[in-house]
Write a protein that binds this ligand. Sequence first.
Ligand SMILES: *Cc1c(COP(=O)(O)O)cnc(C)c1O
Length: 476
Amino acid sequence: MKYISTRGGMEPAPYSAILLEGLATDGGLVVPETLPRVTADEIESWRSFSYPELAAEVLSRFATDIPRDDLDRMCRDAYSSELFVTEEIVPLTPIDDEITLVGLSEGPTLAFKDMAMQFLGQALEYVLARSDRALNILGATSGDTGSAAEYALRGKDGIAVFMLSPQGRMSAFQRAQMYSLEDENIHNIAVAGVFDDCQNLVKSLSSDLEFKRAHHLGTVNSINLGRISAQIVYYFWAWLRASDGVPADERAGYEVSVTVPSGNFGNILSGHLAKTMGLPLRKLVLAANENNVLDHFFRTGVYAPRTAAETHATSSPSMDISKASNLERFVYDLVGCDSERLGEAWRELDETGRIDLTAELVRFEAEYGLRSGSSTHADRVATIRSVHERSGILIDPHTADGVKVAREYVEPGVPMLVLETAKPEKFPDIVFEATGVQLGIPEQLAGLLERAQRVTEMADDAGELRAFISAHAVHR
Ligand SMILES: *Cc1c(COP(=O)(O)O)cnc(C)c1O
């Protein structure tokens, strides 16, 4: 299996080579040359697999250049009960007769990013050791992604992490989670500025190709194909668990629908790929918050991204994105994997600020089963409250966006799964507003807030950041 660029300008490369890259060399996104297909019988033969066994099976279709024994070991280490609170790794929990939550937040940072990042941490360490290379990850975070990356890469050989965060802009919990890590290869840098300033610093250093090469700089952002491939696994897992109770002769082709709280279009893209591989998903529903650019796209066929300044700060902050970086992979698929047509569409987007894919729209619905919806703060509060009243279960605001939109697409006889993307303990304020329940820190993290913290404070200054990275980067 080889990987190519959506823009058509990259030599086909194996899985282990593309894991270390962000964008493809021609500025496009990396996609498989052909997506692996699986039959209903194959999927059925995976029913007794544990989560790590299933992960190795699914990922072996993508990572064809990594020996299966090594992949088995990486998946066991990534999805172990030492790192995940629940024995099953991904538990399914019905909240009523119609909707079931798929628990993707049982990992160390209480959000679904752990699912992909834990595997990527294993895979990067392995690939770097095999090629005798080092990697210095430079990133900016306002919370979730940075902590998931740090917990996945802590203590890994040949890797260091330089994570910029805006000084005074993160919650006490988020600060404690990141800054209490004592691993020598983790460097938290609190920048005097806002998140955009942090991101601009990352861009400024990453676009200096000489500095980038000399310091083996890389990223693990949401366009990383290792992350996308690892996310495909839990769609298969969710389908297998949802169909466990179905009589054996009715399982082939048994349909379930899935709703995905979405921001950068990474999670739901993995669902789209699982479906294309042969998983019988009926509807794949995108849930947005007030930043509803993608909802608008799926309803009208017109994609009109907004700027950072036009993006609302909402109570489901990890979905506050108005330019979804993974959408290019989906649009590539939509235009029939034709790089030239994709290039034309992107030129139109650059020139006019929008593209109209109405002609292709019919395929979203008919062939891909894609639907969408959006919600507001008031919807999230009402949804958290009603779920709690009916089931006693507390959900986080992102999952609430999902449940709200999922209800609009429930069909009789078709289970509706909603991906739980974070734990409510990460967002105690809105949970309290909705239910009056005061959530503390979960048991497994007791004492977190009291732990000593280690962070380097820095001015919003690229020169200072360069000097710091030069002094602390790992080399081989
Ligand atoms: C990252 C994130 C999302 C959005 O996922 P995408 O893959 O960017 O669409 C949703 N909810 C939570 C809690 C997240 O951390």
